[in-house]
Design a protein around this ligand. Structure first.
Ligand SMILES: Nc1nc2c(ncn2[C@@H]2O[C@H](COP(=O)(O)OP(=O)(O)O)[C@@H](O)[C@H]2O)c(=O)[nH]1
Ligand SMILES: [Mg+2]
Ligand SMILES: [Zn+2]
Length: 352
């Protein structure tokens, strides 16, 4: 179990909560509320117990890829999930098309590989967006520039410079899945028992990278699962893979939109320079947009803060505020609806 990231804290939680009667496993894939769970005894296809669905208040109360769960395993590798063990980190975004709702991308992640291709895909604003998501949950980001074979060294150096003017102290690794340039540098940072999640737009080379890194391990598990999975509903597509050196890698489907959620702390860490300076602004409620005596605006004038980064910061602040107000509105609506139902029931009783 340590091979897939199990540790002492999880074991302690298991004991304190009397979960010894259950198996413990880790979710490696999800498909319409059916989950593939890796356990000591192999892979199990599981659903959640009814009570978990009825008491769930939000998407965060459902299992996600990366979760540790307590489950009962029945014959033929079928299981029922009873409990989600505490998560030490969550990568989440604004659910697409459902404003005010959260979607979990993955949980219990140590490092996030933020993958961008050096050709058309490259976009620093989007990198900062991913950084906010990582920073809000204490996940270490690593920037991966992919497809370096499609451009020349000059352009790559230019991109690195551009990133460094805005993003400090975050490792950047340039790789090519074609030539495998940069692979050894990348493999050198992968540690046994740590979980790495790949984030990035569709088509940047995440799956190719994952397959290349895990080729041997993957081939082994695929031959086993193909026979075991015969005739079942979930495809053998796997999102969580154990590398030969013991690192755990999670792939993700490409994401077109990565709306930030309640990432107040994430913004603070990502734009730390702006937050540090804002303490010196003349007005306590300075919006850093047009005030006299604004330290942030001063720093931009002096060229100490990158203007594009500042503009992205304002945009992210607005997005966060919008998300938070939508959530607040929703809560109020739910509360009002609750009150309405209570009164309605009272009325009905009185009438009957
Ligand atoms: N030239 C080049 N093509 C790549 C590289 N990595 C991936 N590709 C190609 O880009 C396409 C998308 O790759 P894929 O791994 O599926 O991207 P994903 O959507 O991020 O998982 C495929 O056609 C790959 O063959 C690379 O480093 N260089
Ligand atoms: Mg892919
Ligand atoms: Zn200010």
């Amino acid at each position: 179990m340590e091979d897939i990231g199990y540790n002492q804290e999880l074991e302690q939680f298991r004991n304190e909560n009397h979960l010894e009667i259950f198996e413990i496993g880790r979710i490696s894939a999800e498909h319409k509320e059916r989950y593939i769970v890796k356990t000591i005894k192999g892979e199990v296809e599981a659903e959640i117990i009814g009570n978990m669905r009825f008491t769930a208040k939000s998407r965060e109360d459902f299992p996600a890829v990366g979760d540790w769960v307590a489950l009962t395993v029945y014959d033929q590798g079928i299981g029922i999930i009873h409990k989600i063990l505490p998560r030490f980190s969550i990568i989440k975004r604004q659910a697409v098309g459902q404003f005010g709702e959260i979607q979990i991308i993955a949980t219990n992640i140590d490092y996030a590989f933020l993958v961008q291709a050096v050709d058309r895909d490259f976009n620093i604003n989007r990198l900062e967006r991913y950084l906010i998501i990582c920073n809000s949950s204490g996940i270490h980001p690593v920037i991966i520039l992919s497809k370096t074979d499609l451009t020349d060294e000059h352009r790559i150096a230019e991109i690195l410079e551009n990133i460094k003017t805005r993003i400090k102290n975050i490792p950047i690794i340039a790789i090519s899945n074609e030539t495998q340039d940069g692979y050894s540098e990348l493999e050198a940072i992968i540690e046994k028992g740590k979980t790495y999640c790949m984030l990035g737009s569709s088509g940047v080379g995440k799956s190719t990278l994952l397959n290349n890194l895990s080729r041997k391990a993957l081939m082994r598990t695929d031959t086993i699962s193909l026979s075991a999975n015969k005739g079942r509903h979930v495809t053998s597509h796997r999102e969580l893979i154990i590398l030969e050196n013991g690192g755990i890698l999670i792939d993700n489907p490409g994401m077109r939109e990565v709306g930030i959620t309640d990432s107040s702390n994430g913004l603070e860490i990502t734009f730390n320079k702006i937050f540090d300076l804002s303490g010196n602004c003349k007005f306590k409620d300075c919006t850093h947009t047009n005030e006299k005596g604004c330290s942030v605006l001063d720093a931009i004038e002096k060229g100490e803060i990158d203007r594009a980064s500042y503009e992205n910061y304002l945009k992210m602040e607005r997005e966060k505020a919008h998300f938070e107000s939508t959530v607040a509105e929703k809560r109020k609506k739910d509360k009002d609806f609750g009150k309405f139902m209570k009164n309605y029931k009272k009325d009905m009783k009185r009438k009957n």
